[in-house]
Design a protein around this ligand. Sequence first.
Ligand code: 13P
Ligand code: SF4
Length: 357
Amino acid sequence: MKIMPLIQMPKAPNIIAPPMVEEQLTDSVRATLIARIKQLMLQQNAVLVAHYYTSADIQDLAEETGGCVSDSLEMARFGHAHAARTLIVAGVKFMGETAKILNPEKRVLMPDLQANCSLDLACPADEFSAFCDQHPERVVVVYANTSAAVKARADWVVTSGTAVKIVEHLHKQGKKILWAPDKYLGDYVQKTTGADMLLWQGACVVHEAFKAEALQKMKLAHPDAAVLVHPESPAAVIALADVVGSTTQLIHAAQTLPNQTFIVATDNGIFHKMQAVASGKIFLEAPTAGTGATCISCAHCPWMAMNGLQKLAQVLESGDNEIHITEPVRSRAVRSIQRMLDFAAEQQIAPRMRGAA
Ligand code: 13P
Ligand code: SF4
């Protein structure tokens, strides 16, 4: 019998999430800030590109000013296609970096440069690169939630909306995959496609906290509810889902499924858009507490919460918080991102969803 060598997986660092600090504004301060931001954006030819997990204020402002609120795939596409000189990316650091990698000629600003992501932090570029060197026969596929340097080491970048299709495509060509950083998304993609995948052991602190046992009980209490799950969640939670998909795909499901009630296992910032596109329907947070609860963030990303109107006004006033990516990291990283965008365009992946869609 042939004995297969044991593959040593590097241990992903344990990531401690920062405390949750959400912006609280009075109506008059909010109105003053919004008016000032709109004026500065016009003066500076700027557009706001926001993620669904940011605050309702940021999401509404992005749409009112002709920007976009979307998942990470569409954020990248939108910023790239838009003619504005300045992209303000309200989300987390990898989203701002992706915008800069694709648009080196544009100024890319973020409300808070400390807004990171536990997946990005769990995958240091030097350790990841050493791991890739040990497996030169594998195609390196990394999730968008990674640093520019990790993307520069990759053959492909994927988002939650493109991961399954891209790995399926590579698997059909007989390719073996080295995947990073999300072990849960990687496991889901592996089971869905049957591909041979070596998984880095990172996790999202928000999605990892959803609890399958408590979700099962919640389903029994709401038998007519559809369960919507983001694939960064643990396998036992995904197994209870009616729909698994990117944030855009989950919003699309909320809008189009006949159910009146939904149990949603992703960041609760998404409820703002779900309620807008499916008004009258009921959205319930999937459980993160209960027996064995360990959640730090409880269905809301503390890094996404760092985006607010005050910081947005301040970066437009000062020009601070600009994203810079050094060469040759940028020109290497752009290849793996562009490969995904070209593939997504060819395959017509992830229908666009903006506004009331
Ligand atoms: P989406 O691309 O599905 O919006 O996911 C990004 C993310 O960070 C989810 O936690
Ligand atoms: Fe990262 Fe999770 Fe926050 Fe998304 S929700 S940005 S994966 S920490």
